[in-house]
Ligand binder design. Structure first.
Ligand SMILES: Cc1cc2nc3c(=O)[nH]c(=O)nc-3n(C[C@H](O)[C@H](O)[C@H](O)COP(=O)(O)O)c2cc1C
Length: 278
């Protein structure tokens, strides 16, 4: 469903007032649906890691490392870990407990906050229970309807159907949590990944976090073993990528959102006491 809230930029910005870069930034999306099965061209893979490497970093330390994964067996193992983590997170109620605060159930709620995820696309059997999905009663309904297993299978299929995985790692010499260099490394990695995310759009590709294994420490450790991550590197994130099919349908639960805060909700003028005018 497209609503009036469904935009991240005023019309002037989404039209021709600015150049390709600005339009590309506003057009960037998280891809929740399937990719075409075609392999990602090696020059596109290299472009993605080169734009990542062009990001700023503290003292030009370039603390990021990447693994490009196309091997079928490895992708299947990651897909299985991802789907099974999704199933466990939903089944145990961990997901909803951890993240319920990000879900919005009405347009009025969304319009007031303009952040989080708007629940307008629950799987069919759950639609009558929209408001209950995050309650204990809702959870048992979901278990009875086999929703955790279904979401797990959907997730496994999406990851397995991706022709390319990209793992992002940080050099532990720089990534020292609690120290400034740890913070700087994260900052640089975020910039690097944003470059990838923006370039993906230009190549007709999509990208999505494979995040569920990260939520379960044993699954994340297993993923690091699958990728043979050595001691001096820390596995930070895994993404799935591929070329986008025409007219992509929305998945059973759409975790992404186009809604964005108004300037007055996140920008101040001169001091933190004066919100910027919209
Ligand atoms: C640190 C971080 C973690 C995220 N985790 C996930 C995720 O687990 N699954 C997913 O589909 N999207 C994930 N996203 C994407 C957000 O859901 C998405 O950026 C947000 O809903 C806005 O949608 P958009 O990217 O399409 O503009 C993540 C984004 C960031 C920056």
């Amino acid at each position: 469903m497209t609503t009036d809230l469904d935009r991240s930029a005023p019309p002037a910005e989404s039209e021709r007032a600015y150049g390709d870069l600005v339009r590309g930034i506003f057009a960037r999306r998280t891809t929740n649906g399937p990719f075409r099965p075609d392999p990602v061209r090696v020059e596109h893979q290299h472009l993605l890691v080169r734009v990542a490497g062009a990001a700023p970093s503290h003292f030009n330390s370039q603390p990021w490392r990447f693994v490009l994964v196309e091997d079928r067996d490895t992708i299947d193992r990651v897909a299985h870990l991802s789907g099974d983590s999704m199933r466990q997170l939903i089944e145990r109620g961990v997901f909803f407990e951890r993240y319920r605060k990000y879900f919005r159930f009405t347009e009025a709620e969304m319009d007031a906050r303009r952040d989080g995820i708007f629940i307008d696309h629950l799987p069919g059997p759950l639609r009558p229970f929209t408001r209950q999905v995050f309650s204990d009663a809702g959870l048992s309904v979901m278990r009875r309807l086999g929703v955790p297993a279904r979401l797990g299978r959907d997730n496994e299929k999406l990851v397995a159907g991706s022709p390319l995985l990209l793992a992002v790692l940080l050099d532990r010499e720089e990534y020292r949590p609690g120290e400034l260099s740890g913070f700087y490394s994260l900052f640089g990695m975020g910039a690097a990944m944003e470059n990838v995310w923006l370039t993906v759009g230009e190549l007709g590709m999509g990208i999505q976090f494979v995040s569920t294994p990260m939520e379960i420490p044993e699954a994340w450790a297993e993923l690091a073993r699958v990728l043979r991550v050595p001691d001096h590197l820390e596995l930070m994130a895994v993404y799935r990528l591929g070329y986008l099919p025409e007219g992509q349908a929305r998945p059973s639960i759409d975790w992404s959102s186009r809604h964005r805060k108004r300037l007055s909700q996140y920008v101040y003028r001169e001091t933190c006491e004066t919100p910027e005018r919209d």
